[in-house]
Design a protein around this ligand. Structure first.
Ligand SMILES: Cc1cc2nc3c(=O)[nH]c(=O)nc-3n(C[C@H](O)[C@H](O)[C@H](O)COP(=O)(O)OP(=O)(O)OC[C@H]3O[C@@H](n4cnc5c(N)ncnc54)[C@H](O)[C@@H]3O)c2cc1C
Length: 332
């Protein structure tokens, strides 16, 4: 259920399997979109795509070299990039779905699905439509424009402005010669103003307006992962790296974990808990900042394990991970 990145990738991975799979997407086909800035890490996506015989380069839009960061205090610095890119996310989702049985529009009720299928995979992202409601969710509102620039783009590469207190950030993600996604997510709800201010300052024509909440509550806070015949994969069970608001790769990794444990939900839960353990620490760190409960001393163990994790997986994050940069962001 749900043809976002997790659901569509699962369709592709299961297409030639022993399973009889049907996909459902809530939106009508002509309005099916991907509300996202479309930023990801090229080598990681290339590897996922190679598992289903797709050449990721066909969908690549912009291969980043450096990301400019401007803090609220005016401090500026650059982060070297090694794989952070933008890609045609919707195009790749459609490619993943090619040749599969997909029904668009009003989805069936849980009762109907339960009669018809042995297993129902909830890939509905933030909606988590088929799993029990979370007792305590945590999400940020977001807002985004796709903008066209007729007289030259304002930035030729990635640009972000983290908000004070790490309540979110503004992003400018390049989409080729004359387009970009500009948008923001902010716990303190300045996301629309920040996006409009940038638009006013740099001009450009709005082609699309999008927005939806992004779940920052991590898997350890998104239980249950399964209930009756339903099992959740992707953002429905909190697979977003809270520091970056990054959910594409974590959701695809979750799909892989699901495939490896399809017949054993308890084993799936254990594997998810294991894989996303550090995400819980990242979430604690971000939430403490947002709620102004952050103290460097108290958060030092979390901070150090986040740094070590990101440094160790520098290739996976597609950028230079430096302690000094992380401290600048943490001090925001
Ligand atoms: C504004 C914004 C910008 C972002 N930018 C980035 C980024 O640049 N890079 C990154 O890595 N992550 C980004 N993220 C996060 C990332 O987009 C998500 O975490 C990721 O797409 C989650 O994938 P998913 O498949 O689990 O869910 P989704 O991509 O949300 O897909 C869920 C799908 O389910 C459908 N659906 C909902 N309810 C039902 C239902 N009842 N029945 C059937 N279908 C249903 C929806 O229409 C949708 O197609 C961003 C998020 C937002 C909101």
């Amino acid at each position: 259920m749900g043809m976002g990145v997790a659901g569509s990738y699962l369709m592709a991975r299961l297409r030639d399997s022993e399973h009889d799979v049907a996909g459902y997407e809530m939106m009508p086909a002509e309005r099916h979109d991907s509300i996202c800035a479309w930023g990801t890490i090229k080598p990681v996506l290339s590897e996922f795509c190679s598992k289903v015989g797709i050449d990721f380069d066909r969908f690549l839009i912009h291969d980043g070299k450096r990301m400019r960061v401007r803090m609220g205090s005016g401090t500026r610095f650059d982060i070297g990039l090694h794989g952070l890119c933008t890609y045609d996310k919707l195009g790749l989702i459609k490619e993943f779905m090619r040749g599969s049985d997909i029904t668009y529009g009003k989805p069936p009720t849980l009762a109907t699905l339960e009669k018809e299928y042995d297993m129902i995979v909830d890939c509905t992202g933030f909606h988590r439509a088929y799993l029990p409601k979370l007792s305590e969710d945590f999400f940020l509102p977001t807002y985004e424009y796709k903008v066209e620039y007729d007289d030259g783009v304002p930035y030729d590469d990635f640009y972000i402005e983290p908000f004070p207190g790490m309540s979110g950030y503004f992003w400018y993600f390049p989409l080729g010669e004359k387009w970009a996604h500009i948008g923001a997510g902010d716990y303190n709800k300045n996301h629309i103003k920040a996006t409009d201010d940038f638009l006013q300052k740099h001009g450009g024509r709005i082609i699309k307006t999008k927005g939806r909440p992004i779940r920052l509550a991590t898997p350890n806070r998104c239980k249950p992962f399964y209930s009756g015949k339903v099992v959740g994969v992707g953002e429905s069970i909190g697979t977003v790296y809270a520091l970056l608001g990054e959910g594409i790769i974590p959701s695809m990794q979750c799909a892989e974990i699901f495939l490896a444990n399809m017949n054993d939900h308890a084993a799936y839960e254990r594997a998810v808990d294991d894989h996303y353990r550090v995400y819980g620490r990242v979430f604690n760190f971000v939430r403490a900042k947002i709620h102004k409960e952050f103290s460097f001393v108290r958060s030092l163990p979390d901070f150090m394990s986040i740094f070590r994790y990101m440094k160790k997986h520098e290739d996976r994050f597609g950028m230079d991970i430096r302690m000094a940069d992380l401290i600048k962001v943490a001090r925001a």
